[in-house]
Design a protein around this ligand. Sequence first.
Ligand SMILES: [Zn+2]
Length: 247
Amino acid sequence: MTSVIRAAAGRVPPRARRWVRRVVDPVLAPIGSVNGARTDDPVLGLTFDDGPDPISTPVVLEALARHRARATFFVLADRAEEHPQAVRAVVAAGHEIGLHGPDHRRLPSVPDPESWLADGVRRLEAVAGVPVRRFRPPFGSQTLGTYRAARRSGLQVVVWAADVADWIDDPAAMVRLGLERARPGAVMLLHDAYAPDPAAPEPGPVLDRAGVLDALLPGWIERGYSLESVEGLLRGRRPSTTAWFRP
Ligand SMILES: [Zn+2]
């Protein structure tokens, strides 16, 4: 079934793909990854991947504090051990900590995904001092096997409904995309740091994260959105899930 979806996704245009997902997602809900909440409430789940970073994570935390926004940070355990203060600052500010992996490898390329995830959870919880219950696969890369490994590890897989594309080198375009792509209940993908693909490392973009967030967060708030972590978004709301399998 999943290979059928993957094959179809490669051929069909985005509108048709969305239609296919609307039909197929309810059937595949038991193997669905969370991409938001089922709600008409104007609320977004903000997520920041690839940190912590000793310089850029505090910049993001300050911007979130200025606009009274909450978020989930999907953290790499290797980096968490290198920069424990940055992780503790995230927790102290009332944000949620999730796992992005021990490192930034694509999970389908990891020989034993379940041990890899267990190692990441154990090391991240030791630094953060809070339970870790959610997982964002690096690059959104997931097979049915890695999805099941995450579920067996007690982790809820969180993907995204909208990508703010904060890896492109154009702050104005990021703000425009972030505002256009917001929908009630959507999980939004952002980054508080840059982590390369270990299989094909490239230098990351140099971004004015404070500048982007100081435009984006008030833009969402002006449109009536409250800005939550995934935990906050799902409190009292049913998750919306999608059959998400990609290489
Ligand atoms: Zn990542």
